[in-house]
Design a protein around this ligand. Structure first.
Ligand code: NAP
Length: 268
């Protein structure tokens, strides 16, 4: 898998990561959360994204990383309107992940002016590697742009898939200009884009790009915009990880193939 550089070259990470929203708990309910993380590591997936918003996901990830913490870049979040609770969330995460969170993001920009100085202090102490911010809604992108422009964060995490392309207008150009890492959430549209599958004949023109499934076409579509660094597809199924990881290697789609995938996805 191709490695890409996050946070102005400070962290190099394979281009396909793993999201945990609802899926790590689902894996745990089937007794498979350790197997999921082990299989991800074996498939070359080395960044796992989580949050206090995701129920027990942070704790389950810490449990699954027992003895393998150093093999994974942990991307966690602070998600609270309370500055005091933000301190508690960071301390808990630092404790769970062996004294350091590689990337700490401000989830959905909640109370970012309060959390940012706290995270900067933690970064100076080495308890946090990089600082980022996330938002799922284009309505919040002007505020995200304001935060990016402060020069105080290293990464952004935003939705990007054939049916959600608002980031192309301001977020991706600004991230490129500022040298910020970009993590892509919802590459499969929370699974919606996977429900209607193109036929094998429709996928045939993408075989030359190493793409044999529709999921791979969607993941490769996002990563073929080279302003993106990591695609965070989420799954509860270990057997799907190799398929997803395979989309993180070149050759990348050119403009023609990207336009073709848009058409297959029904995007206008
Ligand atoms: N505000 C924020 O910070 C924010 C917001 C949204 C998302 N995120 C992050 O981004 C991650 C990804 O977004 P997402 O989880 O919303 O959506 P997603 O990754 O676009 O889609 C996940 C869905 O795709 C399915 N899937 C994955 N691989 C598959 C495969 N090979 N074949 C068939 N189905 C497959 C999963 O089902 P199965 O489990 O059944 O495979 C799941 O239902 C999240 O988990 C989270 O870490 C952050």
């Amino acid at each position: 898998m191709e490695n890409r550089s996050l946070g102005r070259g400070r962290v190099s990470v394979p281009a396909v990561g793993l999201g945990t929203w609802r899926r790590l708990e689902a894996a745990a309910a089937a007794g498979r959360h350790r197997e999921l993380i082990d299989t991800a590591i074996a498939a070359g997936i080395r960044l796992v994204d989580t949050s206090p918003m995701y129920g027990a996901a942070e704790r389950l990830l810490a449990d699954a990383l027992d003895g393998k913490r150093d093999q994974v870049v942990v991307a966690d979040k602070v998600w609270t309107a309370s500055p005091e609770e933000g301190v508690v969330q960071l301390a808990r995460a630092v404790n769970w992940y062996g004294g350091r969170v590689d990337l700490m993001q401000i989830h959905n920009l909640v109370a970012w002016p309060a959390h940012l100085p706290m995270l900067e202090a933690a970064r100076a102490q080495g308890r946090v590697g990089l600082i980022g911010a996330t938002h799922y809604s284009s309505a919040a992108f002007p505020e995200l742009v304001d935060l990016m422009a402060t020069g105080r964060i290293d990464t952004v995490q935003v939705p990007y898939n054939p049916l959600q392309r608002e980031v192309e207008r301001t977020i991706l150009p600004l991230a490129e200009e500022l040298g910020l890492g970009v993590l892509l959430m919802r590459p499969l549209g929370e699974g919606r884009l996977v429900r209607r599958q193109p036929s094998p004949a429709e996928l045939a023109p993408l075989h030359a790009f190493g793409v044999t499934t529709w999921v791979q076409a969607l993941i490769k579509w996002g990563l073929s915009d080279l302003r993106v660094h990591v695609s965070l597809a989420a799954t509860a199924h270990p057997d799907r990880l190799l398929e997803n990881a395979a989309a993180g290697s070149p050759p990348w789609f050119g403009p023609e193939e990207r336009a073709y995938v848009l058409r297959l996805a029904g995007a206008h």
